[in-house]
Design a protein around this ligand. Structure first.
Ligand code: ZN
Ligand code: ZN
Ligand code: ZN
Length: 364
């Protein structure tokens, strides 16, 4: 809260308004229900914070009187008027959480005609991107849990041949929960040519011998009573010996990924980490087959600042945590991706995922 208030001062915001989305749990531990009833934290730069919450949801709030007071509203109350009253006519600039329902933003703008509205991420984005020690520990624990599932996959404990991608996806999800995640966020399973689509939706395709199987999965992992933090890992396995072309492409991918991880130290521009992977893949003739950025920040959300992408000249800072996940995708034939979560620390890049980086060959 102190850091948020300090940044509000730096960027000229009088009041921060947070509703559904990740900013509120990041700041207070409370996650607003994504419903038609308004939940909103009203955080003035100077003055007491108030969580405006529907009465029926108040029992879910863990009260933190040192951080905010609670103001419940009844079914016959007008929550927008309550928030507008707390903001007050003196607020020249409000920052509103990026994923707040438009219906409430529009009503608030009508109720506060003299107040300029800006995006909440202008306040929270740069703060959320720099993890403190407790957040780093939570991300390490999330990554270790995802690593255990990856190791089970690589050990052949997840039956692949003869099952559909959807069945394997559900099993990976169950294993994420068994390893301590509280929620499965996604489990991409893409076999053979399907792996050429980076965000393939696991479906009725039956996995067969001779195929590469790309698995990209992650969930939300909670340590103590703080907000949950996300895991995200990609590993590929091959059912039977891979053809030389695929093995060679994987060797390029592996080297590119390791080069990008090694480059990911504080001070390095985000786009230089992307280039470290991209240049190697391009040099091997696969430039046109690497169709996405190299990585995304991760924290209470799966994708958040900073983004490792061409054009992002911002330097990494200690405390940034992000994915490093180059891929090579040959349409109609096969796809490969290798993804770890990495923290930029004062001691250099710290990979949080340690599962085997090889293209593990499994009996078909
Ligand atoms: Zn993605
Ligand atoms: Zn992923
Ligand atoms: Zn990712």
């Amino acid at each position: 809260m102190d850091r948020v208030r300090g940044r509000m001062g730096d960027v000229g915001v009088d009041v921060l308004l947070l509703s559904v989305g990740a900013d509120l749990p990041w700041l207070t531990g409370y996650e607003a229900m994504p419903l038609e009833r308004l939940t909103m934290l009203v955080l003035p730069r100077d003055g007491e914070a108030t969580l405006v919450v529907p009465r029926l949801e108040a029992p879910r709030v863990v009260e933190r009187p040192e951080a905010f007071r609670m103001r419940t509203w009844d079914e016959t109350d007008d929550p927008v008027a309550i928030v507008a009253g707390l903001v007050g006519r003196g607020a020249a600039t409000a920052a509103v959480g990026d994923t707040t329902w438009a219906r409430f933003v529009l009503d608030l703008q009508a109720a506060l005609p003299a107040t300029a509205f800006r995006k909440g991420s202008e306040v929270t984005g740069p703060l959320r991107a720099v993890k403190d020690a407790a957040e780093l520990d939570a991300l390490r624990a999330a990554a270790a849990a995802a690593d255990r599932v990856a190791a089970q996959l690589q050990a052949g404990e997840v039956e692949l041949a003869g099952r559909t991608e959807a069945e394997v996806s559900r099993e990976l999800g169950r294993r994420l929960l068994a390893e301590g995640h509280e929620r499965v966020n996604f489990a991409i399973v893409a076999a053979g040519p399907n792996a050429a689509s980076p965000h393939h939706e696991p479906g009725s395709t039956v996995i067969a011998a001779g195929q590469v199987v790309l698995c990209d999965f992650g969930g939300t992992f909670r340590v103590g009573d703080g907000p949950g933090y996300c895991s995200d890992i990609t590993r590929c396995v091959h059912l039977g010996e891979p053809p030389a072309e695929l093995a060679e492409a994987y060797a390029v991918l592996h080297e590119a990924q390791q080069a990008a991880v090694a480059a990911a130290a504080p001070g390095t521009p985000c786009e230089a980490v992307d280039a470290a992977a991209r240049d190697r893949i391009a040099a091997a003739g696969h430039g046109e087959h690497f169709v996405h950025r190299t990585g995304h920040g991760i924290g209470v959300e799966e994708h958040e600042d900073p983004y490792l992408v061409g054009g992002n000249t911002a330097p990494l800072t200690a405390g940034n945590v992000f994915s490093v996940e180059p891929g090579i995708y040959v349409p109609g034939r096969w796809g490969l991706r290798l993804e770890d979560i990495v923290a930029a620390t004062d001691a250099g890049p710290e990979p949080l995922n340690r599962a085997d980086h090889a293209l593990v060959v499994l009996d078909a």
